[in-house]
Design a binder for this molecule. Structure first.
Ligand code: SF4
Length: 286
């Protein structure tokens, strides 16, 4: 967890889950994996187990300790809806977001089917909350467009798309019921190219549909040199945040104690959730 973030479209990150497994071509150069694997075997480091999936219940209460409202990217180093994260634990994460309503939460996943299913069932009590934004990652037509369809059908108050890394021309797609679109290119060694015409096509669709458009970066091997201007200007549009009052100190303390009491119950859940990273999808993203 970090009280600040260098990610352009958020203020802070919160990682009650660490690690993930690859699921589609957008994962090929996953920055979270690259970062986490750097610390595999470093005793005491949060990423001592590299990118292996694990739950971190001791981090559950962290947003409740922040008394200043922030926009928080939930699980920047994982995917909350990964199939090995138990439903009971996803519910606990959602319960913290419900309690800490003075923040805005951005939950982004590539597991759109599970997001859709849980928002209809176990998470239905939070699906209508405007301070929780639910989003899917989109990188291409084959994997990304079906995720948009699943997000459309999910009963969320605020829906967004993170179209990054954009790997091809997406053509026309349905933006009805979508409240925010972020677009970005891949960065780092081996970054795959993104054409301006692909970005412009998405921006024009956003303009027609009245959807806020955020251009994150061109990416590439030298990300800072490539910058984040599109035809000479930056685009930093976001949806309006819902303003909820910050809970008083005593009330926040009670919330933190409540969430920390879940730790004991979570131990069994943690055991269920821990599994070594599977490499079986390597061919999918090669
Ligand atoms: S889903 Fe996200 S966190 Fe998981 S491997 Fe893919 S890019 Fe990385």
């Amino acid at each position: 967890m970090s009280a600040t973030s260098s990610i352009e479209w958020t203020d802070a990150t919160w990682n009650p889950v660490r690690g993930c497994t690859k699921i589609s071509p957008g994962c090929k150069h996953c920055y979270a994996e690259t970062f986490a694997e750097r610390f595999r075997g470093v005793t005491g480091h949060p990423y001592e187990q590299g990118f292996d999936l694990r739950l971190v219940p001791e981090k559950l209460a962290e947003p409740l300790r922040w008394s200043t409202p922030k926009t928080i990217f939930v699980n920047s180093m994982s995917d909350l809806f990964h199939e090995d994260v138990p439903e009971a634990y996803v519910e606990q994460v959602a319960r913290v977001m419900q309690l800490g309503k003075w923040h805005t939460y951005q939950v982004l996943t590539k597991r759109a089917g599970r997001l859709n299913q849980m928002l209809r069932t176990k998470l239905s009590h939070v699906s209508g909350l405007k301070h929780i934004w639910w989003g899917v990652s989109v990188e291409d037509k084959k994997y990304g467009i079906p995720r948009i369809d699943l997000l459309h059908k999910a009963p969320a108050a605020v829906r967004f798309l993170s179209i990054e890394p954009l790997l091809e021309d997406l053509g026309e797609f349905d933006l009805s019921g979508i409240h925010w679109v972020i677009v970005g290119g891949e960065s780092g060694a081996g970054a795959r190219p993104m054409l301006e015409s692909w970005v412009i096509k998405i921006k024009e669709q956003c303009d027609r549909a009245g959807v806020p458009f955020f251009f994150k970066q061109w990416g590439g091997v030298r990300k800072s040199e490539a910058g984040r201007k599109l035809r000479g200007r930056t685009f930093d549009n976001t949806p309006a945040r819902t303003v909820n009052g910050v809970a008083a100190g005593a009330a926040r303390l009670a919330m933190i104690q409540q969430v920390e009491s879940w730790h004991v119950q979570s131990r069994e859940v943690v055991q269920l959730g821990v599994r070594r990273t599977s490499r079986k999808v390597a061919t999918l993203v090669a």
